[in-house]
Design a binder for this molecule. Structure first.
Ligand code: ZN
Length: 160
């Protein structure tokens, strides 16, 4: 952890201690569960989707500091966004933490979320940082259960 930037550590600690939008959303019309078996992180994302806009979003669950902080910041970033903008953020975040997007050389919409770019150097942590984003993506697409293990597997998205 010593290689992580000071800003990164401060933000992670702050959001882990005081996670934003950390409650069940009674008015939710979408929800999805995410599980990262590598670390034991599990969370539920609740979403109120109105006219293709994420009017409200929250999460509940337990996990490591990175997963919790990432979920907290995900809800802040996505709240009020259109479905299209939320999907764009999901795509950019996922590509950033997997090393496909160079956040310093490419234009993007990630803002403060770029503090998570450092996890690409810690492969075991990539799933912690991206779990809430995969789960938000699943909720947007009205899937009930997601897992980072099966997120790339078309066979896991049956039904609907
Ligand atoms: Zn974790």
């Amino acid at each position: 952890m010593s290689e992580l930037s000071e800003l990164y550590q401060q933000v992670i600690l702050d959001h882990n201690k005081k996670p934003r939008n950390f409650h069940k959303l009674e008015a939710a019309n979408r929800s999805a569960e995410g599980y990262n078996p590598l670390c034991g992180d599990q969370l539920t994302v609740y979403m109120q989707l109105e006219d293709e806009v994420v009017s409200d979003i929250s999460f509940e669950g337990s996990g490591c500091a990175i997963s919790k902080a990432a979920a907290s910041m995900m809800t802040q970033a996505v709240k009020g966004k259109s479905r299209q903008d939320a999907e764009t953020l999901f795509d950019e975040f996922h590509r950033m933490v997997t090393g496909e997007l160079d956040e310093e050389a490419t234009s993007h919409h990630l803002g403060r979320l770029t503090i998570f770019s450092g996890v690409r150097d810690f492969p075991a942590r990539v799933k912690c940082a991206s779990l809430s984003w995969h789960t938000m993506h699943a909720a947007l697409n009205n899937q009930e259960i997601t897992s980072t293990e099966g997120a790339h597997d078309p066979a896991s998205s049956v039904g609907g």
